[in-house]
Design a protein around this ligand. Structure first.
Ligand SMILES: Cc1cc2nc3c(=O)[nH]c(=O)nc-3n(C[C@H](O)[C@H](O)[C@H](O)COP(=O)(O)OP(=O)(O)OC[C@H]3O[C@@H](n4cnc5c(N)ncnc54)[C@H](O)[C@@H]3O)c2cc1C
Ligand code: SF4
Length: 334
């Protein structure tokens, strides 16, 4: 591991000044992703600024069912929080589907959405990767693509975003509160992550030195009937092949409203606006759910590859969406 300086700032503003003032500085949250990257040589900062002691660690009720989650709240504390379990079950379920108990104890609300892709080539510094080394090429194109994107990819990068929590936050219409050198700003969670385009090295719209201080959840009654379903190669301790975060409001057998996001399929958590639109006013039936999936997946472009590619994700995601929505109507079987 390359040597680096380690700094514990007095408060969040000092943390921002420290990182913003040096292009080779990074924030450290729970460290469960960054420390791996330091060891692998994927991240090579000269200064690591530990924000674990300066970020809010509480969950605050904002009225009308809205919550503000401090960026220092651990993933396990958030998953277990009574208001989150009652008002936003999809978020609690998404968190519990990720990593392991020990990792969730360390991982933070600010760090989780900023974890980087698990693309094997990104983590292997001996292979070309445009995200790690801009302009070097993409080893995944024509390589191992089972875990890669079917939506929104570019010729420069076909990686997917790995966070489960982020998929739930995208479905819930969360807002990200950020402190930067120019002051505070709020970013819609759906706009936080970028598609790769020709700058795959940039995962998000955050500027260097911007610190996530909190995430706000709007108080929407639909969120109380929500769920997360994750499909993976083994039953635990694995990232999603595909996942669905959904909230559903059904009245007299007809979908009144829906919120849907997909994970494991794109460079960003994928808010499925087309599927939501197809569902509104449609009968809450298996056929309606599958038609909604088709509306969104019309844009899917699977990748071929040495391992047979990832076209299997399209029917898998269609079935996973239908199963999630079926579960929310109280019918577990078609
Ligand atoms: C074996 C293993 C299995 C895992 N399985 C899953 C899984 O199934 N699903 C899943 O979703 N995740 C999984 N994870 C990933 C884990 O959830 C993330 O590593 C964790 O959530 C990252 O949070 P952290 O606080 O530790 O971030 P850190 O590692 O501290 O930081 C991650 C990134 O965010 C930046 N950062 C941290 N905090 C802030 C902040 N407040 N503002 C701005 N930038 C910040 C850091 O500079 C760094 O770039 C797994 C991890 C491991 C090691
Ligand atoms: S898919 Fe993206 S992260 Fe993976 S090798 Fe290609 S450029 Fe790198």
């Amino acid at each position: 591991m390359r040597p680096f300086d380690y700094h514990r700032p007095a408060d969040a503003a000092a943390a921002v000044r420290s990182v913003a003032g040096r292009p080779d500085a990074v924030f450290l949250g729970g460290g469960t992703n960054l420390v791996d990257h330091l060891k692998l040589g994927v991240a090579r900062p000269a200064l690591v600024v530990d924000v674990s002691g300066v970020l809010p660690t509480g969950v605050e009720e904002l009225g009308d069912g809205a919550l503000r989650i401090g960026a220092g709240v651990s993933n396990s504390a958030l998953a277990a929080h009574p208001r989150v379990r009652e008002w936003f079950p999809v978020l609690s379920q998404a968190l519990l589907s990720g990593a392991s108990g020990q990792l969730r104890n360390m991982a933070t609300t600010g760090g989780n959405p900023l974890q980087r892709t698990r693309c094997v080539y990104f983590q292997d510094v001996t292979t070309p990767c445009n995200k790690r080394e801009p302009g070097s090429g993409c080893s995944a194109v024509g390589g191992w693509t089972r875990n890669h994107a079917i939506l929104g990819a570019s010729e420069h990068c076909i990686a997917v975003h790995p966070s489960d929590m982020a998929v739930a936050l995208a479905a819930l219409g969360a807002q990200v509160r950020v402190l930067g050198p120019a002051g505070e700003r709020t970013i819609p969670f759906v706009g936080l992550h970028r598609l790769p385009g020709d700058e795959p090295e940039r995962d998000t719209v955050l500027e260097h030195g911007e610190l996530i201080t909190a995430i706000d959840l709007p108080g929407e009654p639909i969120a109380r009937r929500s769920a997360y379903r994750k499909v993976r190669d083994r039953a635990s301790y694995a990232f999603a092949l595909v996942s669905v975060a959904a909230a559903l409001d059904v009245r007299d057998g007809v979908v009144a409203d829906a919120r849907i996001a997909f994970g494991g399929v794109a460079h960003a958590p994928w808010r499925a606006y087309r599927a939501e639109e197809a569902l509104r006013g449609a009968p809450a039936t298996e056929a309606g759910f599958r038609a909604a999936a088709d509306a969104e997946l019309d844009a899917a472009r699977p990748a071929g590859g040495l391992d047979g590619g990832n076209a299997f994700k399209i029917p898998l995601l269609r079935r996973t969406l239908a199963a999630t929505l079926r579960g929310l109507t109280g019918k577990d079987t078609p």
